[in-house]
Design a protein around this ligand. Structure first.
Ligand SMILES: [Zn+2]
Length: 282
């Protein structure tokens, strides 16, 4: 074995390398119980704001059968909703996170009220870090749950290929974007896409918010206009739902010219590529 030995009960682990860590007691939920020791490929210790964790890297066959589905869905991530889809549904933004964020800000200000180098300041820093960690985890859990549901229910999920780093530079949008944990959400979509063998496709984002999903005309509107009202064909739709429909139509229009991406990281930068499949081909 490579530097560690798991106790037969799997409640203790001993590190046998020369760093002097020795035996550790494992607390919390032990998902590790489900896996035979032979499948554990790597073990490492990770430090988080609320303590140390032993991380097990387990080799498992990740693909799973999902219920058969032929449904295709386009999704538009916005500021008003976590996302809106081409069938007209809106997934609400998790407001509890915004509340928690206010609390975090207060705790953060607390740090600077304490004297530099004092133990009070150190403690305040710890409180801040733990609260921050909690919100990060809540966000992640939320994004994961939504992505899983969406992937299970649809054979094809089409989304916009947004340049998040470019958008976050705009400070007004920044908070809402991180709030909606869009990037994290997309990563989970790609993860579940692989797991359930579903297609997750990113299409170029240009004009999706102004194009008419019914006739293709370009209908200019400001950010505050919540309804798409086409002056050419008369089509009326909620703004984000119209965008989601346009997003879905983009992929159908592109069938036949989708290329695989044979190298590099396909997350968040690929344009109109089958991100899941191309990853497998690497
Ligand atoms: Zn129209």
């Amino acid at each position: 074995m490579s530097g560690w030995k798991l106790h037969p009960t799997k409640r203790r682990i001993t590190f046998t390398d020369k760093k002097g860590i020795g035996e550790l007691k494992l607390l919390g939920k032990w998902d590790i119980h489900q896996y035979p020791v032979e499948l554990i490929k790597r073990v490492r210790i990770v430090r988080r704001a609320n303590g140390c964790y032993v991380q097990f890297c387990v080799k498992v066959d990740n693909q799973q059968d999902a219920p058969p589905s032929t449904s295709e869905i386009g999704i538009d991530v916005g500021l008003e909703y976590f996302y809106s889809d081409s069938s007209g549904n809106h997934e609400e933004n998790p407001r509890f996170l915004r509340k928690a964020e206010k609390n975090i800000k207060r705790v953060q200000r607390n740090i600077y009220k304490k004297k530099k180098g004092s133990s009070g300041r150190r403690k305040a820093r710890g409180v801040y870090a733990r609260k921050h960690l909690k919100v990060t985890r809540q966000r992640n859990e939320h994004a994961k749950r939504i992505a899983r549901n969406l992937t299970l229910a649809n054979a094809k999920v089409v989304l916009e290929d947004l340049n998040i780093s470019g958008m976050v530079k705009n400070h007004k949008l920044a908070k809402s974007i991180t709030d909606a944990s869009w990037y994290n959400f997309r990563q989970w979509l790609e993860y579940f896409g692989k797991k359930y063998v579903r297609e997750i496709i990113a299409v170029p984002p240009h004009f999706t918010s102004i194009e008419c999903s019914n006739c293709g005309a370009k209908v200019q509107k400001s950010l505050s206009t919540r309804t798409h009202s086409c002056n050419k064909c008369g089509y009326l739709e909620q703004r984000d739902v119209n965008a989601a429909k346009v997003i879905l139509s983009r992929v159908n229009a592109r069938v036949g010219q989708i290329q695989s991406n044979a190298s590099g990281d396909v997350l968040s930068t690929s344009i109109g590529r089958k991100t899941c499949k191309s990853k497998e081909r690497q």
